[in-house]
Design a protein around this ligand. Structure first.
Ligand code: AGP
Length: 608
């Protein structure tokens, strides 16, 4: 999704803006631009395609001497990814430049109104109305013009604004779209995410929805939508630059796959004390849990898939019905949710628009919301009644890896904690699960040791244009994520199927040479899986079987085997996913794909 950056200080702004945009490239974009105050003017440069084009066009920013400016990477929503549609957008007289993340839903009537007043539009974007509205309302008072403009906007937006008549001043506006202020010494910043700021400052201020800030090199003033000043204490970001860089790996995705033993350890270790699960920040008494009639898990994409895994553990251990629903569907239903519903919201970024909307809808109906989130102080974290951070560290590759496994780890901890509070888990089962969870980082490391074997398999199978992932029970839940991972980075068509469901229609697509990846780690159903493998083999499929270490039977039917380290069945999808992530990665590499920034995808989906 779009990335926004703003800088005001004493040094040239353009190189700093370009560097910030580079750090946000992982969010996904298809054009980029900057606008810098130069004396009494604003100069802008915009380019479609990769950021390198903009860098070349501006000689890495050296063409601009101004010390205050804004920058943007655009992920097209309204209008093609052309130079005209790239941000910043300027008002007709060049007084204002604007960058925007989000969607202005009422841009069409505003556009008509502004055109009737003589404003000329140069783009197809929804954003351009903002530049003209600012111009229309401006009478020398920037703050008033911003407030009047924002009052006209519907939708979701974070905005960055510069005005030629206010040298050294930036305005940042936030409404339902991420925006963070960075506090420096003699310089200040804003950005869509902290990765753009941590090279300069770790002191940040989070704006709430409806707030805006005026930044100068020396000062940041925050206002609410009525114009009243808001006092907000800064927060400290612990993430280091190193953590957000590739550290010698060819791609962020590979680095993040390799980081999983450490990431999972960070997620679980602080929550295991003397053989007990301790969830700081979560205070759910037995009486409160007994009052819960159902649990709803909502999320998008891989986070939804983590929820699909978590459901098995929660239902099995807590005996409370769990419904898992994609947020974009849940938000538009009339869901049966009330004060007896416990809502679990999962999100790596904490900024996914659909997830936020579904969460608000459920909270409105009385549900208590627990968020499982990676990014500290993100919108979802702040909306939640209780937050369980995944502590995975910054995830830069668009395809989530350590985000997913840490979500599953935290969900399992939550399931064990709730089952214990409810008195529904035996001491033996509790101890076995705690032992299994404690051993997860080591199991992840052993799964990573499959690296070169998986690389070989990817070389063997990367030419398949369409493939299937099949499994039962938790293996099926893992298939959903394995298939998405492959699709998003390698662009191959793949489908995840409950193995028993295949014969109800989709088996028609199994033909000579079709690759079927059969996840058969859930040993209680291993024999059933072997029957399903036989069915596809009988129709000519080639099978890559994924089974537990020591289970040689898989090779009686499968063409190749991947052996996953043994663990408690409820924890299986964590080590099991690692070879699947590696498979997706190496297939994408063989096929020459842009692994960290797959086409059409964005890291943080902040629009509906
Ligand atoms: C993951 O690989 C995807 N790119 C995507 O499905 C992602 O999981 C989804 O957009 C949800 O993001 P979130 O976890 O930041 O809310």
């Amino acid at each position: 999704m779009c990335g926004i950056i703003g800088f005001t200080g004493a040094k040239p702004a353009a190189p700093m803006l370009l560097e910030g945009l580079r750090r946000m490239e992982y969010r996904g974009y298809d054009s980029a631009g900057i606008a810098v105050q130069e004396g009494t003017q604003i100069r802008a440069a915009r380019a479609s395609g990769r950021l390198e084009h903009l860098c070349a066009m501006t000689h890495d920013g050296a063409d601009y001497a101004g010390t205050c400016g804004i920058g943007h990477t655009r992920w097209a929503t309204h209008g093609a990814p052309t130079e005209c549609n790239a941000h910043p957008h300027l008002s007709n007289d060049g007084l204002f430049a604007v960058v925007h993340n989000g969607i202005i839903e009422n841009y069409q009537p505003l556009r008509e109104e502004l055109m009737a007043k003589g404003y000329t539009f140069h783009s197809e974007t929804d954003t351009e109305v903002v530049a003209h509205l600012l111009d229309m309302y401006y009478d020398g008072n920037l703050k008033n013009a911003v407030m009047k403009t924002v009052a006209r906007l519907e939708g979701s937006y974070s905005l960055g604004v510069v005005c030629a008549e206010h040298p050294g001043e930036l305005v940042a506006v936030r409404y339902a779209s991420p925006l963070i202020l960075g506090v420096g010494v003699g310089e200040n910043y804003f950005a869509s995410d902290v990765t753009a700021l941590i090279g300069h400052t770790r002191t940040v201020i989070y704006l709430d929805d409806g707030e805006f800030a005026v930044l100068s090199p020396e000062k940041i003033t925050i206002y609410d939508c009525t114009g009243a000043e808001v006092k907000r204490a800064p927060s400290h970001i612990d993430w280091t630059m190193e953590a957000a860089e590739k550290g010698g790996y060819a791609h962020f995705m590979l680095k993040e796959i390799m980081e999983q033993p450490h990431a999972v350890k960070s997620a679980i270790e602080p929550r295991l004390k003397d053989g007990r699960v301790v969830l700081g920040g979560l205070d759910l008494s037995r009486a409160q849990l007994e009052d819960i009639h159902s649990i709803v898990i909502t999320a998008c994409g891989s986070a939804y898939h983590a929820g699909c895994v978590g459901r098995y553990a929660i239902e099995e251990l807590c005996r409370i019905p769990v419904q898992v629903e994609v947020a974009s569907e849940l938000r538009y239903r009339n869901p049966l949710i009330d004060e007896h519903t416990l809502l679990i919201v999962i999100s790596q970024s904490g900024e996914t628009a659909d997830t936020i909307a579904a969460m608000k809808e459920c909270k409105k109906r009385g549900a208590r919301a627990i968020a499982i989130v990676n990014v500290v102080d993100s919108t979802i974290a702040r909306l939640a009644d209780d937050v369980l951070y995944t502590w995975a560290g910054p995830e830069i590759a668009v395809a989530t890896t350590k985000g997913y496994t840490t979500q599953v780890a935290v969900l399992t901890l939550l399931a064990v904690y709730m089952a214990d509070q409810l008195g529904r888990i035996s001491p033996e089962r509790y101890a076995a699960l705690v032992e299994g969870i404690t051993a997860l980082p080591e199991r992840c490391q052993r799964a990573i040791d499959l690296n070169s074997h998986i690389d070989r398999l990817a070389r063997k199978y990367h030419k398949n244009s369409s493939l299937f992932f099949i499994g039962r029970n938790l293996d099926y839940a893992a298939c959903l994520e394995a298939s998405l991972k492959l699709k998003e980075v390698s662009y191959l068509h793949s489908e995840a199927y409950a193995a028993g469901e295949l014969k109800h229609g989709t088996i028609a697509l199994i033909e000579e040479g079709r690759l079927v990846v059969a996840l058969a780690c859930y040993e209680a159903l291993f024999d059933k899986m072997m029957s399903n493998i036989k069915e596809v083999k009988a129709r000519g499929a080639r099978v890559m079987g994924v089974a537990l270490e020591g289970n040689r039977r898989i090779l009686t039917e499968a063409d190749d085997a991947v052996y996953v380290p043994r663990t408690d069945p409820l924890l299986l999808p964590i080590p099991e996913m690692i070879p699947m992530q590696l498979f997706a990665y190496y297939v994408a590499k063989e096929n020459g794909c842009d692994i960290d920034k797959p086409k059409n995808l964005a890291k943080s989906v902040t629009v509906e």
